[in-house]
Write a protein that binds this ligand. Structure first.
Ligand code: PLP
Length: 405
């Protein structure tokens, strides 16, 4: 059968994997299947035969045995995200940050190793490298991933375990040339780890372009409703799934079954939502770009965006994401605070990818962990506001931004 559309995969993937087989009573041995995967709360699982349990412990099967090793509701969600990203397997985590940490450890980050990382990465990812992994002997070099010769030089000098980039950076919406970065990473013996949270598989599937680990904060577009904290890593090579699994068996940063169920439910409408997010964002970005009260708009769909051509080619030409950021003209922190306080429809909240439109002040929240000078050097100024455009009517979003400006 031809490869199915992402709209079809999102609805069906991961479901109906588990059969329930009553072992006693009149239906003993007669398997049935719930249409929607149930929430399995059980921490432990028993087997009729201890030899079967021993085989599960030995890794001969992916059947559940203990919740930190796996859970059927979580497995269904993992299968769904793996299918959407075109990977062979996935591992879900309790948050996007846990997923990034898990991917870096699985990729070989340990004392004495190095990571080369995009310099305008999400603030907590920057802090994970600078504040936590640094104390454990992992060194980090930060580069502008739009500057491929600089990336190559950093890779050749550091010979890192991993090159870590975001498909679209947070909050400046720079687009990473993943196919070239994969070649450069592999040429230096490094794994390419891509945070695809902003782009999502609707715009681009990094594994198809050569990435080794694709990371999501499932808290964002995959869940989509602002009610789940979760993360997931997808891999092409099953051996990488084993590496993730062995690390997480010890870290225990597991996605809980209720969260997995909610995220999986969100996933079914993710392509529908994402299409709308992107169309709304394109409209809002064009409106902002034409407004005198705005100094600069960062949105890959605008022809003036420095990587617009790359974005067209890498994302297929129709959709450019649901995120945009802009600088207030002659604005600093007081003007941004006033703008945020005046918003009525757009929620001034610290997240993204929800059905609701959201505004965030990077200098105060997502990029607070960066030193102010570093922040300004990479272009995150005191007047920069990040928007996550929701699925409301774009005219209502624009009307709210207009009155707040
Ligand atoms: N990656 C990106 C691009 C993010 O924006 C975030 C959070 O905002 C994360 C990872 C971390 O995700 P979580 O908050 O689920 O840990």
């Amino acid at each position: 059968m031809a490869e199915q559309s992402i709209f079809t995969v999102a609805v069906h993937a991961g479901e109906q994997a588990a059969q329930i087989v009553p072992v006693a009573g009149p239906d003993a041995g007669r398997a049935y299947q719930p249409v929607v995967t149930p929430v399995h709360h059980s921490v432990a699982y028993t087997y009729a035969d201890t030899a079967d349990l021993d085989a599960v412990f030995a890794g001969a099967s992916q059947n559940p045995v203990y919740a930190r090793y796996g859970n059927p509701t979580v497995t269904a969600f993992e299968a769904a995200v793996a299918a959407l990203e075109g990977g062979s397997a996935a591992l879900a985590y309790s948050s996007g940050m846990a997923a990034i940490h898990g991917a870096l450890l699985a990729a070989g980050c340990r004392a004495g190793s190095a990571v080369v990382c995009a310099h305008d990465i999400y603030g907590a990812t920057y802090a994970l490298l600078r504040q936590l992994l640094a104390t454990q002997g992992v060194s980090a070099t930060f580069v502008d991933v739009a500057d491929l010769p600089a990336v190559e030089a950093a890779l050749q000098q550091a010979r890192p375990a991993a090159l870590l980039v975001e498909t679209m950076s947070n909050p400046l919406l720079k687009v990473a040339d993943l196919a070239h970065l994969a070649d450069l990473a592999h040429g230096a013996g490094a794994a390419l780890v891509v945070d695809n949270t902003f782009a999502t598989p609707m715009l681009c599937r990094p594994l198809d372009l050569g990435a080794d680990y694709v990371v999501h904060s499932a808290t964002k577009y995959l869940g989509g409703h602002g009610d789940v904290l979760g993360g997931v890593v997808v891999v092409r090579d099953r051996a990488h799934r084993t590496a993730l699994y062995e690390v997480n068996k010890l870290l225990g940063a597991n996605l809980a079954p209720d969260e997995a169920w909610l995220a999986h439910r969100g996933l079914k409408t993710f392509p529908l939502r994402m299409e709308r997010h992107c169309r709304n964002a394109a409209e809002v970005a064009a409106w902002l770009a034409a407004d005198d009260r705005v100094a600069k708009v960062n949105y890959p769909g605008l022809p003036a965006h420095p990587q617009h051509d790359l974005a067209r080619q890498q994302f297929g030409g129709a959709l450019f994401g649901g995120m945009a950021s802009f600088d207030l003209r002659d604005g600093g922190q007081p003007e941004v605070f006033r703008f945020m306080d005046r918003l009525r429809l757009v929620r001034p909240a610290t997240t993204l990818g929800d059905v609701y439109s959201l505004a965030l002040y990077p200098a105060m929240s997502s990029h607070r962990a960066l030193e102010p000078e570093t922040r300004r050097q990479i272009g995150i100024g005191d007047g920069l506001i990040r928007l996550s455009i929701g699925i409301e009517d774009p005219a209502d979003i624009i009307a709210d931004l207009d009155q707040a400006l």
